[in-house]
Ligand binder design. Structure first.
Ligand code: ADP
Ligand code: MG
Ligand code: ZN
Length: 525
């Protein structure tokens, strides 16, 4: 695809239309969707199975109430209407990973319908959204409202429905576990019948970056409400990306392709970006897009056809005769609502209102639950709103850098306790140590498991901020350098550096440069 245009070029002529289907396994539950088998990650193959999840004749399913509570919680957290009356259907297909030969799923009416999510786009992602070019902060167009550093996009959620996972196939004898060239395949039914929820968005997303940010936002929410561990690597959260193109200024939707099982935020973004460029090339050459399922190969950096899209008829969807329709009560729904914790948007607002932080700082602090919890614990130790900004800086810059650099670094159990972070920030705020020394202390807290005060003491770092001591040194430096003082007063302002250097030398580097500068300026007037 070397001849193919860059994404930015394509997006000038074409509008991309993107809708996501996002699966999340309810990993925090104890048992499967329709039987009492334990959910246990990494258990020996086929040790958590029973007649129900193996689909043996005569076995009857019983819905997992905790799973229904989880999906209702997800719906409430994403502004969905909760449908009191819904039911399960059989989606029929024959494949060895599903011993029943059908998947139990929901039909036209799901537990959660008609929701929405807002998310912020800033940085490089803003440039991809060229149709809002020229709008100022507060102005809106379509589903977008501009902010000071980007925009907020409003995206509709069609539904969230309940279903069950299939077993896991392992192909033996081929390349890298692929089915091609394999001599035989093994099936592990531990995962069969695992509770799974699928969220479907309206085709409201317009750029690969929006797709990525929507997915991140949803993941934050699911983690906050505690329904899944949302691990993209381990497949407990996975995403299909649907995308089509239409000429800018036209309204009719084009034919879409579907990218299956994107297992990282980067793959989702890059796969969609590639697919947009590929479709543009096909369309510009007068070709047509076939509705098909494609696979993104991140190594080869291209998408390849997996299969032509099956239609709903192929699945012979029909009502599940072994499960009664649901009739959720108001008490049940309101009971679930009381379990809603503070959601990421609410937390962001609180950080701005209670701590006076900027939108940027609040957004980055809440990005990970670990950093948000840590920040709040440190603020509790500090008990001083004026330390919010320096603490936020410490968490956003130093702590995040450490987390990124060292995958094994676990903030919750590291020697960097909230109390130590708070003590370090206090030393900095009081000018007891310089910002450069602050970095050294930060590293030493983690590497030596020591308190900031002890590190400062042991390394003789404490800056002398005592003004009387500094004044005495300055008086002496001025007395010993009468000619320099004269030249300074005659207009050679650069000499201030010389005086600061002399004072620092006299104090063996321990003087507080801010205080020295301030007093020197007064005395040399
Ligand atoms: P399918 O029947 O192929 O599964 P759905 O109507 O169920 O299609 O939609 C699946 C996903 O694809 C949804 O997220 C929806 O928003 C999105 N979608 C539907 N039509 C288009 C289109 N023309 N272009 C891009 N995305 C689309
Ligand atoms: Mg569909
Ligand atoms: Zn079972």
């Amino acid at each position: 695809m070397s001849s193919v245009k860059a994404l930015e070029e394509v997006l000038k002529d074409w509008e991309a239309v993107i809708g996501l289907e996002i699966h999340a396994e309810l990993t925090t539950l104890d048992t499967k969707m329709f039987c009492g088998c334990k959910l246990e990650h990494g258990a020996a193959p086929n040790t958590h199975t029973c007649p129900v999840c193996l689909g043996l004749p005569g076995a009857l399913p019983v819905p997992n109430k905790a799973a229904i509570e989880s999906i209702v919680l997800a719906g409430l957290a994403t502004n969905c209407d909760i449908e009191k009356h819904s039911m399960f259907y059989r989606k029929n297909y024959m494949y060895p990973d599903m011993a029943k030969n059908f998947q139990t799923t929901q039909g036209p009416i799901a537990f959660c319908m008609r929701g929405s999510l807002d998310f912020e786009v800033d940085g490089a992602g803003v440039a991809e959204r060229i149709d809002v070019d020229g709008l100022g902060p507060g102005e809106s167009r379509g589903n977008v409202t501009m902010t000071d550093d980007g925009y907020v996009a409003h995206v509709g959620i069609t539904r969230i429905h309940m279903e069950e996972d299939a077993g896991k196939m392992v192909h033996i004898g081929g390349d890298e576990g692929r089915i091609a060239g394999a001599t035989h395949s093994l099936v592990d039914y531990n995962r069969a019948g695992m509770p799974l929820i699928e969220l479907v968005t309206e085709p409201d997303l317009r750029t690969p970056e929006e797709a990525r940010l929507f997915m991140e936002k949803l993941r934050q929410i699911y983690l906050a409400i505690g329904i899944s561990d949302c691990s993209m690597e381990e497949g407990s959260m996975r995403c299909d990306g649907n995308v089509s193109l239409r000429r800018r200024g036209t309204a009719q939707l084009g034919t879409k392709t579907e990218l299956k099982n994107m297992n990282s935020f980067k793959n989702l973004h890059d796969g969609l970006a590639f697919e947009i460029r590929r479709q543009a090339e096909v369309l510009e050459e007068g070709g047509i897009i076939y509705q098909e399922t494609r696979h993104w190969d991140p190594t080869a950096k291209r998408t390849i056809v997996m299969r032509v899209k099956e239609t709903a008829d192929d699945y012979r969807l029909f009502p599940e005769p072994d499960l009664a329709p649901f009739d959720l009560s108001d008490e049940f729904i309101e009971g679930v609502r009381t379990r809603l914790p503070e959601l990421p948007d609410q937390k962001k607002r609180r950080y701005r209102d209670a701590f006076g932080l900027s939108a940027y700082d609040a957004r980055h602090l809440i990005e990970h639950r670990a950093t948000a919890d840590f920040f709040e614990a440190a603020m509790a130790c500090a008990n001083d709103v004026s330390l919010a900004k320096p603490l936020a800086n410490l968490v956003i810059n130093d702590v995040t850098a450490r987390m990124n650099a060292d995958a094994d670094f676990d903030l919750a159990s590291s020697p960097l306790t909230p109390q130590r972070a708070c003590d370090l920030v206090k030393l900095l705020a009081a000018d007891d140590i310089s910002s450069k020394q602050g970095k050294e202390v930060f590293a030493a807290i983690i590497d030596d498991d020591a308190d900031p005060a002890a590190i400062v003491e042991a390394r003789g770092m404490r800056q002398v901020s005592d003004t009387a001591a500094i004044e005495a040194v300055i008086d002496q430096v001025i007395a010993e350098n009468a000619d320099a003082v004269e030249r300074y007063r005659a207009g050679n302002a650069k000499l201030i550096g010389f005086f600061v250097g002399q004072c620092m030398k006299a104090m063996r580097g321990q003087g507080n440069p801010k205080v020295i500068n301030r007093i020197l300026a007064q005395k040399l007037k």
